[in-house]
Design a protein around this ligand. Structure first.
Ligand code: PEP
Ligand code: MG
Length: 537
């Protein structure tokens, strides 16, 4: 048994086998692609490349082995010409899926169908399909790397994971994340929390001591990775897991109840989401609404800006499923650790303080308008509000308002209906907090982003694990800015919520309520925990 320490991102317990993810194995590709014709062309080219590769391998095999062994390669070539295989991929491409994702999904689906027939002939065909699909994927992605193929739930171990890479992993097969690098406040950590996946970052394991398939436990309460646990540890972990599960279940009795203190003070408890998957958790844990929908993830899982219709359908679904409850949609907050290659963002010395979020949106007006049009069009399906990130000045709000007005005029001209939508800003820079009295005159609500507010106020990069001891979101300077923002917001008659991770800090709930904060928006898993804490005040 060997125990390694890490910093816990979520207090859960996971038991399972290790899967070591070496970066060169991680295949990055977009999941969606708008231009089906282009994707079909790429598929055709990749297929030609693989055919040539198989022919070459066949000739080589004939020189080095016997004829029967060499026959595998012409058999693989047959898969590439197989009508059922190809049409399955093409149908997916036609639905807007990228060639890579279509090949990957088709390979899995068909090989699973064949394998299920439990016949040795079909088992071999299942293996052929997987083999060909892998070759096609390598050809499509420039031969660079292998796909991560998770066949069973695992504890995934990696050096580091960017939010983009995390997005591309099949989360239903991940029991826990363990990384060597990484910071508790990064977006990857936030993502793990939102998906309720235990995770450790900054873990002190040594690669040479780990093997794929080793039994291990991740203890999120203690921040430990325990490899090859002995019998006693295993049963302790099992008990801990049961206890945590029971605790999670016990808060479920609070579903449908109010967030009210014993002396009758109320506060809204909302959920932060970044995808439809996380929306499920928000509904399961009875969030009073969505306080922060981080839309950048919709951009990061694609190879080009998501089209207006694609975005419209997603926003409509979130609004519809929240059934009239408030949904605060934050416009694109890309940049820093949240990246997508097609944005072609420059390399920067200080990306967190660089070209990101609203700064990019105000430069790329067409892209910005597309998102705003999609939100306005969806607004008739529920109770939508729009939130703008990284604001530092009044001028930015003036520009934003000009653009939203132009979008509404365009919709009017096209007779496209939209509802009244509140416009709010993130208070996540010290500048915004300090001039919150002025900004409050210009918007309908404030949402305090304590993650960035902490990093900018304390001059501590939230992604730098070395600086974690300085990253103190409870720092008096941060709390003063929160208080100031709430007071200024209320003086102007607008509501003020907190949507950074600090909103879930139960030690501060009382303070936030005393300050008069109107809403706390937290990772879905914390909604009921927070409700319990408020009700016991
Ligand atoms: C924040 O900065 O507090 C916030 C909620 O936004 P993000 O974590 O996405 O930067
Ligand atoms: Mg932020």
């Amino acid at each position: 048994m060997k125990i390694y320490s890490g910093k816990s991102v979520l207090e859960g317990i996971a038991l399972g086998k290790l899967y070591l993810l070496r970066k060169q194995e991680c295949l990055m590709y977009p999941l969606y692609a708008a231009d089906a014709q282009k994707e079909n062309m790429r598929l055709k080219e990749a297929s030609e490349t693989v055919k040539a590769e198989l022919e070459q391998l066949y000739r080589l095999a004939l020189l080095q082995t016997q004829q029967p062994q060499a026959e595998i390669f012409p058999a693989l070539k047959l898969v590439l010409d197989d009508e059922a295989y190809l049409s399955c991929i093409q149908r997916k491409i036609q639905k807007g899926i990228s060639a890579e994702a279509a090949v990957h999904e088709t390979g899995n689906e068909l090989s699973e169908q064949f394998a299920a027939l439990q016949d040795s002939y079909f088992a071999a065909r299942a293996a052929d399909i997987q083999d060909v699909s892998q070759r096609l994927l390598r050809a499509l992605t420039g031969n660079a790397v292998q796909a991560v193929e998770l066949t069973e739930p695992v504890i995934l171990v990696a050096d580091d994971l960017t939010p983009g890479e995390t997005l591309h992993l099949d989360k239903s097969k991940i029991l826990a994340f363990v990384t060597k690098k990484g910071a508790v406040n990064s977006h990857t950590s936030i993502l793990a929390r939102a998906l309720n996946i235990p995770a450790l970052v900054g873990t002190d394991f040594l690669w040479e001591e780990l093997r794929d398939g080793m039994t291990a436990a991740v203890d999120g309460t203690e921040g430990q990775l325990i490899v090859s646990p002995d019998e006693q540890t295993l049963s302790e972990m099992e008990q801990k897991r049961q206890a945590l599960w029971q605790e999670q279940e016990s808060v479920k009795e609070l579903v449908g109840k109010e967030n009210i203190t014993s002396d009758g003070r109320k506060i809204e408890v909302l959920a932060n989401i970044g995808s439809l998957k996380e929306l499920e958790n928000a509904l399961r844990f009875d969030a009073g609404g969505i306080g922060l929908f981080r839309t950048e993830f919709l951009y990061m899982e694609r190879e080009a800006y998501p089209a207006e219709q694609v975005q419209f359908e997603i926003y409509r679904e979130v609004l519809g499923r929240m059934n009239g409850k408030k949904v605060v949609i934050r416009t694109l907050d890309i940049g820093s650790d949240k990246r997508a290659s097609y944005f072609e963002l420059p390399e920067e010395e200080n990306p967190a303080m660089g070209y990101r979020a609203i700064r990019i949106c105000l430069d790329r007006e067409g892209m910005f308008k597309t998102q705003l049009r999609a939100i306005y069009r969806a607004s008739v399906y529920g109770n939508a509000a729009i939130l703008f990130p990284m604001i530092t000045s009044e001028e930015e709000i003036i520009k934003i308002r000009q653009i939203t007005e132009a979008v509404k005029q365009e919709l009017d001209m096209q007779n496209i209906p939209y509802a009244k939508v509140e416009l709010g800003i993130m208070i996540e820079t010290p500048a915004a907090a300090l001039i919150s009295d002025i900004l409050a005159q210009k918007v309908d609500f404030f949402s305090i982003g304590t993650n960035d507010l902490t990093q900018y106020t304390l001059a501590v990069d939230r992604l730098n694990p070395q600086l974690e001891k300085y990253y103190d979101a409870r720092h008096p300077a941060v709390l003063r800015m929160i208080r100031m923002t709430v007071e200024n917001g209320h003086k102007a008659g607008i509501s003020v919520g907190i949507c950074g991770e600090l909103a879930a800090d139960l030690k501060l709930t009382q303070t936030f309520m005393e300050m008069g904060v109107d809403s706390l928006s937290v990772s879905p898993l914390y909604v009921l925990k927070l409700r319990r804490s408020i009700r016991s005040m």
